[in-house]
Design a protein around this ligand. Sequence first.
Ligand code: FDA
Length: 272
Amino acid sequence: MGAKKVVAGEQISDAMRSVKDLNDKGLVCTVDHLGEFVDSKEAHCLDTLKEIHISGVDLNMSLKLTSLGLDIDEEFCLENMREIVGKARMYNNFVRIDMEEYVRNQKTIDIYRKLVEEFPGHVGLVLQASLYKTGKDVEILDEVSANLRLCKGAYKESQEVSFSEKFDVDKNFLNNIKKHMINGNYAAVATHDEKSIEEIKGFVEREEIVRDKFEFQMLYGIRKELQEKLVEEGFKVRVYIPYDEDWWGYFMRRLAERPDNVGFVVKSMFKR
Ligand code: FDA
């Protein structure tokens, strides 16, 4: 075993302690190892899935396809993902594919479609309400019972492909979530926006959508009280924990400097 794997193991062990604390409070988690090290990423993901299995925490994994070779070769990326999602299935766990910039959107969806047919129940995708195409993508992916995380979108895209007004993004966000749930599919509602959360709470009650068909997701350290309040109300809440090579100290210091700063966390996740 190379030194990197050992170090990675130690790092994920650090994360595990926080995950355990969150689990004790009734929150579940997902980890995202940041950084684009295509050569060592797959091994890192496999080690992490094993570590999660051994420690028994309620934790799954989020990842970005660029870190697994999407820009190099799509077939290579798909093969890497098959290994990882296959391992997740072996441990009865789950891998969520984050969505990156528009130029990678369709390629990411295409790879997801292949994976979900092979590993149903063990792989999910993210779609962004900022893009015009997302409404149609939800419909297409609902045909394969996709498990979707719906978010508003972290990237600045051109007006040719995305809404420029926040009002339209928020509206599209809610519409997509509702459509996806009405179609009977699992939704991860990723937002810190209390207004959107209240709207979804009202919707699931009216439509009698059972609570194991959706979850709320928020970033680590952001709106902690809201996260805990939702858990008290009986909703499932998943906390997204990004981390880097020497992540824990770094991440915690930055978070302490700028508490409850969604911009910081989004930046560390996507806009490096
Ligand atoms: P938004 O920016 O719409 O803010 C609306 C309102 O929310 C604010 O006016 C305020 O009331 C409240 N609010 C927000 N942050 C707050 C804070 N810190 N304190 C107090 N109030 C606050 N993006 C992407 O492109 N691809 C992806 O794969 C993902 N994945 C992802 C996973 C998870 C778990 C989350 C939570 C988010 C993502 N995102 C993402 C990022 C997402 O697209 C979006 O950029 C951010 O979540 C910001 O949008 P919101 O809906 O949270 O709040």
